[in-house]
Design a protein around this ligand. Structure first.
Ligand code: ADP
Ligand code: MG
Length: 245
């Protein structure tokens, strides 16, 4: 059984059909790439899944629940995490505090003061930072980190919610090539170790071919191809849409 099942979703903005009758499946423990040129409908697809947008038609089933059109917060509570393109960290707080905050906002325990809350989540926050290779930077202010390191902290914050599915819209945008590879290798490790499912968008074909288990390709809102890297590499429709040849 698939963890995420998207069926025939359609989303229009005025006369623009941003996502047109798109269907795909994603299983636990898989890294699925959503590819396509600018304006293809990738972000719109994400926003339908995370609840920011209500599709005109279609269904989104996640872990046994129909989630199309329900509130983003409820989708998040069911276990759909996301990272943001614009930074979600507080620059004037330490790396550790940012992750403690994320744990606090997810946790069911209520605290009246920060110090006991921070103490309660300290160990768990450090464990999350360990997973993204940032435990050594726990005491640094987020505002002093490199762009790639901020992205790692954001990943730790997204994991604080213990998601079953993580949506990453252009996780490596703005990174240098070495950083992009490190980020994707780490994401793949999380997928393998935790059985996490990841859906991510990415411009760079070489990153996708190297790291994704499967990929789907959108062009002008339509799903035009689906498969592994060998299939996508040799697909005529993909070449035409993506490379313009
Ligand atoms: P991608 O992420 O693949 O670059 P988007 O999903 O952002 O593509 O956009 C798909 C299409 O929908 C584009 O033509 C874009 O201009 C349009 N679009 C996206 N969001 C909106 C919106 N909020 N209002 C109007 N048009 C939008
Ligand atoms: Mg986009």
């Amino acid at each position: 059984m698939s963890l995420l099942s998207v069926k025939n979703i359609t989303m229009a903005f005025g006369s623009v059909t941003a996502v047109d009758d798109v269907s795909f499946e994603l299983h636990a423990g898989q890294l699925l790439a959503l590819l396509g040129p600018n304006g293809a409908g990738k972000s719109t697809c994400f926003n339908v899944i995370n609840g920011q947008l209500r599709p005109a038609r279609g269904s989104v089933r996640f872990d046994g629940h129909e989630i199309a059109g329900i509130r983003p917060r409820d989708i998040w509570r069911l276990g759909v995490g996301r990272t943001f393109q614009v930074s979600a960290t507080f620059g004037s707080m330490t790396v550790l505090e940012n992750v403690q905050m994320a744990l606090l906002s997810f946790g069911k325990r209520l605290f009246r003061f920060w110090a006991p809350a921070a103490g309660f989540y300290r160990r768990e926050a450090l464990a999350l930072l360990e997973r993204v290779g940032m435990a050594g930077e726990a005491g640094r202010l987020c505002g002093t980190l490199s762009y790639g390191d901020v992205k790692r902290v954001e990943l730790a914050m997204a994991l604080a919610n213990r998601p079953k599915l993580l949506l990453m819209d252009e996780p490596t945008a703005g990174m240098a090539p070495a950083e992009r590879h490190a980020m994707m290798a780490m994401t793949k490790r999380l997928v393998r170790e935790d059985g996490l499912a990841v859906l991510f968008t990415e411009h760079s074909m070489d990153i996708v071919f190297e790291f994704a288990d499967r990929m789907i390709v959108l062009a002008r809102g339509k799903l035009i191809a689906e498969g592994d890297s060998a299939t996508i590499r040799n697909d005529e429709a993909v070449r035409a849409a993506y490379f313009g040849r």
